[in-house]
Design a binder for this molecule. Structure first.
Ligand code: HEC
Length: 188
């Protein structure tokens, strides 16, 4: 081992034990400075100007894509209880459904779905069945004799799915309104 040349002994001694005042090697210092510069660039790119998406946003986007793909697979054989319930669990779909409901349905079912001319959609009672596929069928085909329009042809299948997702999201929230009609539905 080569004898260190620039080392200085610091000015204290404990029980005869002394300490070198070693200078940090340049390679070590440059790595330190490099990490500081890198951290500033990283912070600016990710947190300040958002040049790159945050990992949590990338994850959310991936999850959404996966969900959409799963929905598309499930919807191949037409809407099922499973696919409609899944749709009803997705906040953005329910929000789109809410908009459609406000445009097309509140005139007869009231703003919270508590019923006016049409029945209360928030109680556990259903005239035409409370399973997701039953609700989907009623909305699609309507009940001409009672004044419920057929929405399948007016909205198209995609928007019917969305508005049904919203109806499913307000099921059993029991908003005070029109008295219950039909049979209690206890399934999912
Ligand atoms: C012109 C009035 C009117 C509009 C608009 C209307 N509905 Fe209805 N709806 C009714 C009536 C009346 C019934 C009850 C039918 C019956 O008694 O058989 C009904 C029944 C329903 C049912 C079945 C309830 C049950 O107990 O089985 C659902 C679900 C429903 N409507 C959803 C919707 C949705 C979603 C929209 C908007 C896209 C909508 N309705 C728009 C009048 C309307």
């Amino acid at each position: 081992m080569a004898e260190p040349t620039q080392d200085q002994v610091r000015g204290h001694s404990f029980d005869g034990i002394e300490e070198y005042d070693n200078r940090l090697p340049n390679w070590w210092l440059w790595i330190l400075y490099g990490t500081i510069v890198f951290s500033i660039g990283y912070w600016l790119a990710f947190q300040t100007v958002s040049l790159f998406p945050q990992p949590k946003d990338r994850l959310a986007a991936d999850m959404k894509r996966a969900q959409e793909a799963q929905l598309a697979r499930m919807a191949e054989g037409g809407p099922s209880n499973e696919s409609l319930n899944m749709l009803a669990g997705m906040a953005d779909k329910v929000a789109e459904g809410r908009k459609l409901f406000q445009t097309h349905c509140v005139a007869c079912h009231a703003d919270q779905g508590q019923g006016l001319v049409g029945p209360n959609l928030t109680d556990p009672n259903w005239i035409h069945g409370g399973a997701p596929v039953d609700i989907h069928r009623t909305v699609t085909e309507g009940v001409a004799a009672k004044g419920m329009p057929a929405w399948g042809s007016q909205l198209g299948p995609q928007r019917v799915d969305l508005v049904v997702a919203y109806v499913l999201s307000i099921r059993n929230t029991n908003v005070a309104g029109k008295a219950p009609e039909g049979d209690v539905y206890t399934g999912e």
